[in-house]
Ligand binder design. Sequence first.
Ligand code: GLU
Length: 410
Amino acid sequence: MSNPFENAMSQLDKAAKIMDLDKGVYEVLKQPERVLTVSVPVKMDNGEVKVFTGYRSQYNNTLGPYKGGIRYHWNVSLDEVKALSFWMMVKCATVNIPMGGGKGGIIVNPKEMSEGEIERLSRGYVQKVWRNIGSDKDVPAPDVYTTPQIMSWMRSEYEKLVGHDDPGVITGKPIEDGGSEVRGYSTAQGGVYCVLELANKMSMTPADTKVAIQGFGNAGSFMAKILSEKGYNVVAVSDSRGAIKGSALDIEKLEAFKKETGSVVGFEGTEELTNEEILELDVDILVPAALENVITADNAQQIKAKAVVELANGPTTPEADEILKEKGIVVVPDVLANAGGVTVSYFEWDQNVKGEHWSEEDILERLERIMVDAFNEVWDTKEKYSIDMRTAAFVKAIERVGEGLKKTLI
Ligand code: GLU
């Protein structure tokens, strides 16, 4: 299994060579500024005490407060959290928002816990990290298996500890707790703006475009829904239990089916596939929307899509990137394709610190502008240097971080 932090660093190296990156800046960017490792004791419902390990990696705050989600997953590791915080730094700089890069995680399987246990774990985590977060320091948010409700518990615990209101300490909150109407579907919405720009560049029309989406969580399911509303043919999707393939799936019906049965597998008129097979389907656009390291040197040769739009973080390894490039497959990288989530988080934070509330329409308009500008900037950079879009995004992002960073090096 490839190590996500090593992958992230080889992406950095690749961009550093092309842009002839300042040596000092390069040295600074090779590790996070600060990493917290915490032990969080939780009294379980049966009275036993279990201790969970959590992390918060603060990679770089040159452009603004550290920003990035907190993941609850059994496979969380320090190297994963470090990689994800590095990608957050690159992501915020790619779309040019004034935030730095951070990420947190807890090694836990939330599916095996009651609501009360999850609340105690979430509050317990904040009790360990609160001195290092805050709307002007580090602003967490949801990620894999963390929800608006969890953000709300964390905000309330933080405010209890610091003794004052600070709604901008965390984003992705429920709407009634200072959240944004768009945050729930913002990652997918940002990905859709990328697909529309890509379709322009590659002359693809919705009706003739087949899409496969690996992962039917928050990002993947909204992506399926919005793309099918726009006339794209979403022909295959998957979740942790397996994958299905049909023709232009009815996403609303599929969502209801998943709610009822717990999985997309078994949906009427579809054929069952494995989570590996869905990646190799003969489609136009492939959207990995689950976890890291799914497109690797082992399967990249078999990918048939014309484009890969990375809604997940880190789904493609550096070796696979090379293979895809050789095959002429365009990869819209995670740091651009899924940046809609953090962009709307930034809007939420901005409203919270200013005491404002923006309309859904206003937010979508701002999001579209940011995503379209970033997409075109990355696309033009890719054309200019004949590089892939990931390296192009890194070049632009690291230019921005590097300029600010150089001034701080004494
Ligand atoms: N977890 C999301 C990401 O990986 C969003 C982070 C945020 O909103 O701060 O981009």
